[in-house]
Design a protein around this ligand. Structure first.
Ligand code: N01
Length: 526
């Protein structure tokens, strides 16, 4: 559970409304941006965060069993190694505490405005600034860094009658801890990364558990264990030991790229390991058949668990694979017409990744929203960090920066190099506006899509949220992560059109609103 933020956070009353840089969101990406800007000696920036704390998806996902499936020594900032991780794959509360500790250690909490829901960001060409409307009034900035993340908007299933369910219902990312599930009849919809962590916890607690599976996932053993006292001592006191361990995890994970992105035939050993895991953990032939995936491993995110299959085999757990046709006021009707009465439904159906509602609130140079631009072309960007038509805006965890095998924090840090360097270049050269050239973006995307053409994500025979409605994989990075690190090492001004401050019209002041407009229902950008 996350700790409350101390009184050091900024408040709208004490913060300037006009700053050089606004960062939206304070998960791993936004917080990292704040730390890096501060380390560069920059003070004229703010972080707008809709929650009451740092942490982003790690603050929000408090469901039972929530834990990382990337080892913690890699799933952490390289500039803030933590020798105190208690186990190889840390649970959510420990990760959240780590993120909070980074915000304190690097002294950036006073740059945060919490409970500040960003509703729109509109480019004003006259002033060459972004005007950002929030639940706490209007802010304006020369540069906006969007760090809202891909997993911020829960996706609710479009199932007939679900809104009329009268029992308890919540999404995995919005867990209702006040509702006691003990002994209850519960349905879990979905069998993705979140669900397979939730199901074992619920199986041990509820009276009856119905798990609704649309597609069986591939599941590998989870090599999770507590670190010994000797290891923890070594992480803390033996010079280089923790970095070496991190490097080992990194290299092991990178070997998967060959099979995932380049030659899917090399995924075979992993698929055999997953098949053996399944056979070892499930003895019942009918259940085995139901949980056997019908696509190549890696096509959807590979999951790791030692307790999911055993949970499915419990007498109080039913795996339903006949689909859902309707939710009634008190139960769920499957594809065979059978109704299962339930007290509660846990919706573990993932997030709006390629169709995030946050895109509708960002309006670029030609007045079109990011949603309209993406609707026409699919999510396309340049190095995951800039998008044509959106000047002076940088994106963290933007298009094609996701991973199927390793730590997103590594990708985020690569982007932080690039974006912070960009901000330095803008300042050094007295640049007023900067926008990635369409031809540079198009060329970049052609190369990315070409590379993805041979990947398991595109050819593995599955439907996944990695692919957008145009059939393009706009979420994943198509190669080794060190290749991304290389292309983001320095900001490449030559790929951008820029105008110097001296050539811009004189900026006009932005009106400061007198009251926040909490009540309207504009789209939220975070
Ligand atoms: O979501 P998902 P998630 N009716 O999209 C099913 C990260 N994460 O929250 O496969 C019935 O993976 C859907 O079925 P199908 C990680 O990046 C990380 O679990 O589409 N079912 C699927 O089974 C992950 O990828 C950690 O056929 C419906 C499930 O719901 C991302 O979060 C831990 C449905 C959704 O799975 C999202 O994971 C947890 C419908 N209408 C999560 N719609 C780490 O450890 C969807 N489904 C780092």
């Amino acid at each position: 559970m996350s700790l409350p933020v101390t009184g050091t956070a900024a408040t709208p009353e004490t913060t300037p409304r006009e700053v050089d840089t606004l960062i939206i969101g304070s998960g791993f990406a936004g917080l990292g941006a704040a730390v890096k800007l501060s380390q560069e000696g920059k003070t004229n920036f703010l972080v707008l965060e809709r929650g009451s704390d740092v942490g982003g998806t790690w603050r929000d996902n408090t469901y039972p069993g929530a834990a990382c499936d990337v080892p913690s020594h890699l799933y952490s900032y390289s500039f803030a190694l933590n020798p105190d991780w208690t186990r190889s794959f840390s649970p959510q509360p420990e990760i959240q505490r780590y993120i909070e500790s980074v915000s304190r250690k690097y002294n950036v909490l006073d740059k945060h405005v919490f409970n500040c829901d960003v509703r729109s960001a509109i480019w004003n060409a006259d002033t060459a600034r972004w005007v950002v409307e929030t639940s706490k009034g209007t802010f304006s900035a020369k540069i906006v860094v969007s760090a809202v993340g891909a997993l911020c908007e829960p996706s609710l299933p479009d199932i007939k009658g679900i809104e009329g369910f009268t029992g308890e219902i919540f999404h995995s990312a919005q867990w209702n801890h006040d509702y006691d599930l003990t002994g209850k009849r519960v349905a879990v919809i979905g069998t993705g990364a979140s669900a397979i962590q939730i199901v074992p916890q619920l199986a041990a607690k509820v009276g009856q558990l119905d798990v609704y599976q649309r597609t069986a996932p591939w599941i590998l053993p989870r090599a999770d264990r507590e670190y010994t006292a000797v290891e923890k001592f070594a992480f803390k006191y033996v010079p280089g030991f923790q970095r070496l361990s991190r490097l080992g995890i990194y290299l092991m994970r990178e070997t998967q790229v060959v099979g995932l992105a380049k030659a899917p035939v090399f995924m075979k050993p992993l698929q055999i390991a997953a098949e053996q895991h399944l056979r070892k953990q499930i003895k019942d032939k009918t259940l085995r058949r139901k949980v056997t995936p019908n696509f190549q491993i890696g096509c959807k995110r590979m999951l790791i668990s030692n307790n999911y299959y055993p949970a499915l085999a419990q007498p109080n757990v039913d795996l339903v694979t006949d689909g859902i046709t309707e939710v009634t006021a008190t139960g769920v009707i499957d594809g065979t017409g059978r109704t299962r009465e339930v007290d509660a439904i846990v919706v573990a159906t993932g997030f709006h990744v390629t169709d995030s509602p946050t895109f509708a609130g960002i309006f670029g140079r030609d007045g079109r929203s990011l949603a309209e631009v993406f609707d026409a072309t699919g999510q396309q960007g340049y190095k995951g960090s800039s998008i044509a038509n959106f000047p002076n805006m940088f994106f963290l965890v933007g298009p094609n920066t996701g991973l199927g095998h390793s730590s997103m924090v590594f990708m985020i840090e690569s982007q932080l190099n690039y974006v912070v360097d960009a901000i330095n270049v803008i300042e050094r050269n007295d640049i007023g506006t900067i926008e990635v050239r369409q031809d540079a973006q198009d060329r970049y995307n052609r190369e990315v899509q070409d590379k993805l053409g041979s990947s398991v994500w595109n050819n593995g025979g599955c439907a996944s949220w990695y692919l957008d409605k145009h059939g393009n994989n706009t979420t994943l990075w198509p190669g080794f992560t060190f290749e991304f690190r290389n292309i983001t090492r320095k900001f490449d001004l030559e790929a951008y059109d820029s105008v110097n401050v001296a050539d811009l019209p004189a900026p006009s002041p932005v009106a400061v609103p007198t009251a926040s407009d909490n009540d309207d229902d504009k789209v939220s950008v975070q």
